[in-house]
Design a protein. Structure first.
Length: 402
């Protein structure tokens, strides 16, 4: 790795990521050498065209993590192991026809979710959460709302008892933050999924897990459990951050003020703007080069790890010539990925329904909501991977619970 490598971490990923990605692109080009925790080398792909090339060629840029040329340097307690795992039999690291079969199983299980039932669950849980805070006149919409809503809806769709929700939230957050509790969070999530799988094998029901178990493609219980963990992690935290980041935008940007007074179209516009400008999925690991190649003027060696910078590509001046203009109906962002390994479309629909319902319930129930602190004091979680607020303090006129 070259001596110009940029540490993939530090406060600037929290405080000024847009400027940081501009500087990285200016100083290092569309493919940048970076170092992960423990001085582990990788490449960060920030160019839109280059990211399109990487995600569109699953043979040259494989999802098979066994190809990594750094495994000999990775300790057993490396905090990023839950995000860059070895020998993980999940859909994330499966390639070729087997991956397409697994993606089909997941899509079929999610596509069978009734959209009216989904919105009903989201509204009911959102109303319950608002009931718990609406009489006080003030709240933190991250800890008391956004961080609790998606996982409760997903747990219900998958077949978990409602009381399991809080423990799943904590485990998921620990795992995704990639710090000292990451492996413990992964273990809690795994044991919870194994128990649910055993319960549903004994007593099938009308839920996602039962439908996955009924699939006839011959997947093992371990494979299904791993896929459920991926689905839960990918479905909860980015959706919670999508809710929080969208509410922040609507409370701080005059362009979206109409949404605070009942303009529903502004909710969809704000949500799409967030996917371009403030996407929850900032940087995703990863792809591994299956042979020596060239990308963005860099020599990539066989086994090198490439980190996909969705936010870096979204802000590439080649596609965003006027970053101050609203994106409108442009959905060509990378926030759900691209190519064979992109987020399955039914999963995107679930996330969008949960996020939009969550935002609309806030605006319906707390109509005079306002930010309780100066906008420039809001802080982000210390992660270069997923971008979300640590808190969103608001005030409003107290109202009665439903």
């Amino acid at each position: 790795m070259t001596p110009e490598a940029v540490p993939l971490g530090g406060p600037r990923f929290q405080t000024e990521p847009a400027r940081l990605y501009r500087e990285i692109r200016r100083d290092h080009g569309p493919v940048t050498p970076v170092v992960l925790d423990g001085d582990v080398p990788a490449w960060l792909v920030v160019g839109y065209r280059e990211l399109h090339q990487v995600t569109g060629d699953p043979v040259l840029f494989s999802r098979d993590s066994d190809l990594w040329n750094q495994w000999d340097m990775i300790p057993d307690d490396w905090p990023l192991l839950p995000m860059i795992g070895r020998n993980q039999p999940s859909i994330l690291y499966t390639v070729g026809e087997r991956h397409r079969e697994r993606a089909g199983m997941i899509s079929d299980a999610l596509e069978a979710v009734d959209p009216f039932e989904l919105r009903g669950h989201a509204e009911r849980f959102a109303d319950e959460l608002i009931d718990g805070l609406c009489t006080s006149g003030e709240a933190d919409l991250i800890a008391q709302y956004a961080m609790l809503l998606p996982v409760r809806v997903l747990a219900r769709l998958y077949g978990f008892p409602d009381e399991d929700g809080p423990g799943l939230v904590t485990a998921l957050n620990d795992m995704i933050d990639g710090r000292e509790r990451a492996i413990a969070g992964q273990q809690h999530l795994g044991s919870s999924m194994a128990q649910l799988l055993a319960d549903r094998k004994a007593a099938p029901a009308d839920d996602v897990v039962s439908r996955m178990l009924q699939d006839e493609s011959g997947f093992t219980d371990e494979e299904i459990m791993q896929d459920l963990m991926v689905m839960m992690a990918a479905g909860h935290q980015p959706t919670a951050d999508w809710i929080g980041n969208s509410l922040r935008l609507m409370l701080t940007d005059d362009r979206f003020a109409a949404s605070l007074f009942g303009g529903r179209n502004s909710v969809a516009e704000a949500m799409n703007e967030v996917l371009w400008e403030d996407t929850p999925s900032q940087n995703i690991a990863g792809r591994w080069a299956s042979r020596d190649t060239q990308l963005g003027g860099r020599r990539i060696r066989a086994g090198d790890l490439l980190i996909l910078s969705f936010q870096g590509a979204n802000s590439d001046p080649q596609v965003r010539t006027d970053a101050s203009a609203l994106t409108g109906g442009n959905y060509a962002h990378f926030s759900f990925g691209h190519g064979e390994h992109r987020c399955p479309f039914p999963a995107q629909e679930v996330a969008e329904v949960v996020a939009r319902t969550g935002i609309e319930v806030v605006l319906d129930r707390l109509p005079d909501i306002d930010l309780a602190v100066p906008a420039d004091t809001l802080t982000r979680r210390p992660s270069p991977w997923l971008r979300g607020l640590t808190e969103l303090p608001v005030r409003f006129t107290p109202v009665a619970a439903l």
